[in-house]
Write a protein that binds this ligand. Sequence first.
Ligand code: SF4
Length: 371
Amino acid sequence: MGPAPLTLFDLEPPSTPVPPNPLLAVRQVYAEPAALDSPRGRQVLARFPDAEVVEVPSHWQIPELHGNEGNVQRWVRVKTETLVLGVKKSLSARPNGRSAHFIAPSTANGCAMACAYCYVPRQKGYANPITVFTNIEQITGYLRRHVARQGVLTEPDQVDRDSWVYDIGENSDCSVDALVSDNVADLVATFRDLPTAKASFATKFVNRQLLDLDPRGRTRIRFSVMPDADARVLDVRTSRVADRIAAVDDFVAAGYEVHLNLSPVVLREGWEADWAGLLDHLDDVLSPAARAQAAAEVILLTHNRALHEVNLGWHPKAEELLWRPEVQQPKRSQNGQENVRYRNEVKRAGVARLRELVAAHAPWLRIRYAF
Ligand code: SF4
């Protein structure tokens, strides 16, 4: 018997070290042995050649990453200096129906950014640095089979007119993940060849390396936007909102479908004027091509009691915007978390007002859903 044939993933182009950037200066990689031993794991290590490698039995069992809830200096340092390599064990695509038809199995979780309202940092200790799953070939194979089983989307819906949409970034920001490994490039390449399906992810980071991936309309990027006055307090370590908007035309020209997430909408004094200004800005700067394909999700803020307590320790100014018990009500989430959201009547009025603002200031922007 001859040697096993090489696969695409054995033939990874050699990785060069990641150029210095403020988000990632990796000094330590916690890795499961199987992840370390994989082509994708080796690619990540080649991008961060100076990092010390620490073997761990499971990417979920890293005591050093827990217990840092209130210590933001430590928190941000861990995000910048630490990566985790693991193998995604159970692969499944969960039905969704709002943002996408399905949530794809994650190829990463955690984030190098630190938005004050984000649910992602609540897993794996509050620092929750990026974990890269190295069994990308299994994940893309699973997705191809899952897409094939769906057949053709026969009824257009708010998610898409004719394709099954898979969210590939539920637990991470794919634009930053693409700095760390080629997982996102492989997902974009996978969906490029799937005429009945699309990948989709929301992002707050402009990574122009993604412009070279040739998605041919099969990947939807949703740039999240909010008034700059909110983002300057809440979106910690992200690209500035104006830079995200300035990137839209380039991503459309590069073959992405580009949507906008108007989220989270934070209700506060002056919110309507600031959202009107943001919508005017979109109306001023986006090209006709970008407007013609644009659509938006509108999501009013959901917050969380435990996260509120943590944030008070490092970023109380954010909590002045996020924690407003006089207009919020508790909402127990499916996993038992004590979430809070705007009271029903406040939320209803907020959604209706935002729809009016879009109709008045950016009437070309189709709202896919608002809640
Ligand atoms: S960019 Fe997204 S995943 Fe990262 S902290 Fe912000 S909201 Fe969370």
